[in-house]
Ligand binder design. Structure first.
Ligand code: PEP
Length: 251
């Protein structure tokens, strides 16, 4: 039985005091509650150290939104895996569609980042997803297969245990359009079968595959009830403690 994982991707939102406020509300709201999933928050880099202090000894885990694959050096503006570790992160989102489209990240670069994160003891939340154009051209499975195969190149079955995969159709991110539970389940099952082909059936059964794309309190339960949907990567709805907690409670 896979444990569900709800992760909040804050994106470029919340300065330090807003971050402290949101985390405090979340921790207070969750304390004493029966939570049936893992909860991860991914604030901006500038709030990570403070967030690590606030979530210590709570059920909330900490992740970052990106990193670079080099250890250190002349890479102005970049952040390394060991910096994230030392700031208290356990997870890092990699391959998000905004990184792929706005910042031109390739499958090859994402694969390097995933490898470096794993070597450094960080758990990647590895995102894949097709654009609207690709869905309409009926090449969704081809695109997802390429992203999964290239992103996981040379990654062992043991390391796969430390990866969460997130299926995020690009057309559903921040648009208010959610994939129907059936549309999402179809791709999740496709990914699980692909993982079984690349690795083993057992590895595929163990892999947590989150859905992301306009997940909200009122659509979370139905999406999360699908057999191969093991959680959610939440953008907009994680920026308010109440709406994020409602998604967590819907598990
Ligand atoms: C995301 O950024 O990963 C995301 C799914 O955003 P939203 O929930 O706002 O669509």
């Amino acid at each position: 039985m896979r444990r569900k994982v709800i992760a909040g991707n804050w994106k470029m939102n919340n300065d330090l005091s807003q971050s402290k406020d949101l985390i405090t509300k979340l921790i207070n709201g969750l304390s004493g509650q029966q939570i049936h999933c893992d909860v991860i928050i991914c604030p901006p880099f500038t709030s990570l150290s403070e967030a690590a202090t606030l979530v210590k000894d709570t059920t909330v885990k900490l992740g970052a939104q990106n990193m670079y694959f080099e250890e250190n050096g002349a890479f102005t503006g970049e952040i390394s895996a060991s910096m994230l570790k030392s700031a208290g992160c356990e997870y890092v989102i990699l391959g998000h569609s905004e990184r792929r489209t706005i910042f031109g990240e390739s499958d090859e670069l994402i694969n390097k980042k995933i490898k470096k994160a794993l070597q450094s003891g960080l758990k990647p939340i590895f995102c894949v997803g097709e654009t609207l154009q690709e869905r309409e051209a009926e090449i969704t499975s081809k695109i997802i297969e390429r992203q999964v195969v290239e992103g996981l190149k040379e990654i062992s079955a043991t390391d796969l245990n430390n990866i969460i995969l997130a299926y995020e159709p690009v057309w559903a991110i921040g648009t208010g359009k959610t994939a129907t539970p059936a549309q999402a389940e179809e791709v999740h099952l496709f990914i699980r079968n692909l993982i079984a082909k690349i690795y083993t059936k057992n590895a595929a059964e163990k892999l947590v595959i989150q859905y992301g794309g306009s997940v909200k309190a009122d659509n979370a339960a139905e999406l999360l009830s699908q057999k191969d949907i093991d959680g959610a990567l939440v953008g907009g709805a994680c920026l308010k403690a109440d709406s994020f907690m409602a998604i967590i409670k819907s598990v």
